[in-house]
Design a binder for this molecule. Structure first.
Ligand SMILES: [Zn+2]
Length: 510
């Protein structure tokens, strides 16, 4: 790609100055301070030529591994990312503590068909922060699609040690359709993160659902618990044996232990069990054993935070973040080691630019949140902890939809921000895959905590790639990561963040 002569010359200067292997770097004069466009070019080139993204991503995925909030692995990831930030030259690197009420460790979860006794094992994965079965439980398989309390009463006295299916199997698209045209329904065309969800009578549109809609799913699970059911099963709803998990912690350990064991089951096995259990005079039985354990709380967890201090307005901030925590069926690569390593890569680049004389006007704060998967907790805690600084936060930008290219930033209808930001992002026109600012918003990740606290919060809108298929599953592994797309994401987000940090004013908040 042709480059303006000035930018090319400046890049060469910076390339020498930034190269970690050259011993001459300390002797070289910093690259001359140029125009904003020249700075964009420097940043784009630095990320492209010297990215450490994949090296970091592999370490985080394969060596540190899954990073459940409250786990030792996540604490290792906190320490490792803090050390990386220090090595990259960030300032004020620290771990900001917060607490969760109870920790959780996934144990073995097995299920097998007992009637018919045909040797089939059924693949299951526990819902987070649910208890074990306390040994093997053998009982009937019951399909319970109760919509009213009277429906529930029909099952009274018949559910001891039962495995309960709460709905018909999901409709699972063939894998050849997984490029996902816009989903049908009210959210059609809206960017979204498809978090797995349990069926919830509260959201039922069934007019008969009144009784249970009042009290939600709890009315059903309380009934099942009182009746001594062994566990509740939900269709993982994904193709080719994929399991999935989600869930969050309750207020305390007692409440966690009082829960009913709950699992996701591979779609094929769920459909099999449903077919068997809905035959006339079915006597379908399974044996289930789940061995999860709770860690007494409170458990201290951490957000990793580091900064490149602003040269002119050090007390004003732009946050660029991603969540470091993951689910633990695999290595949490695309949810969200990818975003975390994009943030680290921008940190490396911005710190290198600062060292070369291109310090941002405002402080850029790099934050790796935790507890995102259980309800955006780490970013909420950040907003509480930094409450007094929030009026001086220009924006918070988040990368959290896996390995696809960043095609836009979702502005949540903030037209005033678009007017200020759009003229700043001209350099991205040459970045493959970038389409432009987008007035839509996105749910399900940490920018929403800032949005709720009054700070403009934006998520990267990304090509979906395999994200809807793999995240939260046992297939969220390093081999899914696509280097060019992640480098592109670091370029786009890096340019946007530096441009916001260098604006004359904070972004408008209307
Ligand atoms: Zn995520």
């Amino acid at each position: 790609m042709p480059r303006p002569a000035f930018a090319a010359a400046a890049f060469l200067g910076l390339a020498l100055a930034l190269s970690p292997t050259t011993t001459r770097s300390a002797e070289l004069a910093p690259a001359p301070r140029g125009s904003s466009a020249a700075l964009d070019a420097l940043l784009l080139a630095e990320v492209k030529e010297r990215s450490e993204l994949m090296k970091n991503l592999q370490y985080m995925s394969d060596v540190i591994g899954p990073r459940l909030t409250g786990s030792k692995n996540l604490e290792r990831a906190n320490n490792w990312t803090a050390e990386k930030m220090k090595a990259y030259g960030l300032e004020n690197v620290r771990l900001e503590p917060w607490e969760i009420p109870v920790g959780w460790v996934r144990g073995k979860a097995t299920m097998r068909l007992v009637d018919p006794d045909n040797g089939r094992e059924l693949a299951i994965a526990s819902y987070g922060w649910t208890p074990g079965t306390g040994g093997k439980k053998t009982g009937k398989v019951v399909v319970l699609t109760a919509r009213t309390k009277a429906d529930l009463d029909a099952h009274r006295g018949k559910l001891k040690d039962a495995t309960v299916l709460l709905s018909a199997p999901k409709e699972v698209k063939p894998i050849t359709d997984l490029n996902y045209p816009a989903p049908a329904g009210p959210s059609a065309g809206q960017p979204r993160k498809d978090e797995p969800k349990l069926p919830d009578p509260k959201s039922s549109t069934d007019p008969k659902a009144t009784d249970l809609r009042q009290s939600g799913l709890d009315a059903v699970t309380e009934f099942l618990k009182a009746e001594g059911a062994a566990c509740v099963c939900t269709d993982a709803g994904k193709p080719h044996g994929l399991l999935v998990t989600t869930g969050g912690w309750p207020a305390d350990r007692a409440a966690a232990e009082a829960r009913l064991p709950r699992v996701f089951m591979a779609h094929e096995h769920y459909a099999l069990l449903h077919r068997l259990a809905t035959r006339p005079d079915a006597t379908t039985k399974v044996e289930v054993e789940i061995e999860n354990t709770f860690v007494p709380g409170p458990v201290t967890v951490y957000n990793t935070v580091g900064e490149v201090t602003g040269g002119e307005k050090p007390d004003e901030f732009v946050v660029v973040g991603a969540h470091l925590d993951s689910w633990e069926l695999a290595s949490g690569t695309t949810d969200n080691a990818t975003g975390s390593c994009v943030v680290l890569e921008i940190a490396r680049t911005v710190a290198a630019l600062a060292k070369a004389g291109e310090r941002p006007r405002r402080t850029i704060r790099f934050v790796l949140f935790t507890g995102e998967e259980q309800g955006l907790h780490g970013s909420k805690k950040y907003c509480e902890r930094h409450k007094d600084e929030l009026p001086r936060h220009s924006a918070a930008l988040v990368h959290d939809t896996g390995t696809g290219k960043v095609h836009g930033l979702g502005l949540h209808g903030r037209t005033a921000v678009r007017e200020v930001l759009e003229p700043q992002l001209g350099a991205l026109a040459k970045v493959d895959g970038w389409k432009g600012l987008d007035m839509r918003g996105m749910g399900g990740t940490d920018h929403l905590s800032f949005h709720a606290a009054g700070v403009p919060g934006f998520a990267c809108l990304q090509d979906i790639d395999e994200y809807r298929l793999t995240h939260h599953t046992q297939s969220d592994t390093f081999d899914k990561a696509k280097e060019p797309n992640l480098v592109q994401g670091a370029q786009v987000l890096g340019v946007a963040v530096v441009r916001i940090a260098n604006l004359p004013e904070l972004l408008p908040r209307k």
